[in-house]
Write a new protein. Structure first.
Length: 255
């Protein structure tokens, strides 16, 4: 199995958003290790170019996924440079732990910005990415969501939870929309993962203890573990998988 997976993305052209750090970077590294050419899209220019410099043959694309014109231009650039695309990983997200809140205390601007990135950003990436996939004869889309989009487990993070619930619905309907045209659409919903976004939980001993107590596997995920699932769903080994949401949460939502 290891020999097979190590080569399953040879010759494939993949785009990853939110690729400068965390799950996005781990995914870009995994796809490149399996033979893909990888385009990295991120709003953090410094981190983006550092990540691209560490991944041979990668292409850095500076854009905010909330900006449709910027996303469209970036996808057109990479599709033109590489003659098409085979996989789109819509991973970019934001989480404002300090400002997000329950609905009666939630500032509308925090709500808008969270949905602009986490949901509308996925839509922008899918809209223009799927156009490139269709022009290439088909391919795979993987969207990063969260168990908070399924269950009310992220108390006080109402904007974040709603944005990820939207990703869930978008994955399911797009899978139906594009199946006949050879585009598979799936979601990966990580639980608490040791990434820069989650440092407020993973780096604080008391907060980490509370989080870990709710996870049957007894620890946060590593970004590489989530990337492995994304890489599978983006590959031809998942050729009969579409409309699925793969929860990668150590059993958090199983109990």
């Amino acid at each position: 199995m290891e020999q097979r997976s190590a080569a399953r993305h040879i010759g494939r052209r993949c785009l990853v958003t939110g690729a400068a750090k965390g799950i996005g970077r781990a995914t870009a590294e995994r796809l490149a290790a399996e033979g893909a050419r990888v385009a990295l899209l991120d709003v953090d220019s410094d981190a983006l170019h550092e990540a691209a410099g560490a991944i041979d043959g990668s292409l850095a694309l500076h854009a905010d996924v909330a900006d449709e014109a910027a996303v469209a231009g970036a996808i057109q650039e990479v599709a033109a440079a590489w003659g098409g695309l085979n996989a789109i990983i819509a991973n970019a997200a934001t989480q404002d732990v300090e400002a997000d809140d329950r609905a009666d205390r939630l500032d509308a601007e925090v709500w808008r910005r969270t949905l602009d990135v986490n949901l509308t950003g996925v839509f922008h990436t899918a809209k223009h990415g799927i156009r490139a996939l269709l022009a290439s004869g088909g391919g795979a889309v993987v969207c990063t969501g969260s168990p908070a989009g399924h269950y009310g487990i992220a108390r006080g993070l109402d904007a974040y939870s709603a944005s990820k619930a939207g990703v869930y619905g978008l994955v399911r309907v797009m899978a139906h929309d594009y199946a006949e045209e050879g585009v598979r659409v799936n979601g990966v919903f990580p639980g608490i993962t040791a990434t820069p976004m989650n440092r407020s939980w993973t780096d604080d001993p008391q907060a980490r203890q509370r989080v870990v107590a709710a996870i049957p596997l007894g620890r946060p995920a590593r970004a590489e573990e989530v990337a492995a699932v994304i890489a599978f769903l983006a590959s031809d080994e998942a050729s009969y998988v579409t409309g699925a949401v793969w929860t990668v949460d150590g059993g958090l939502t199983a109990i």
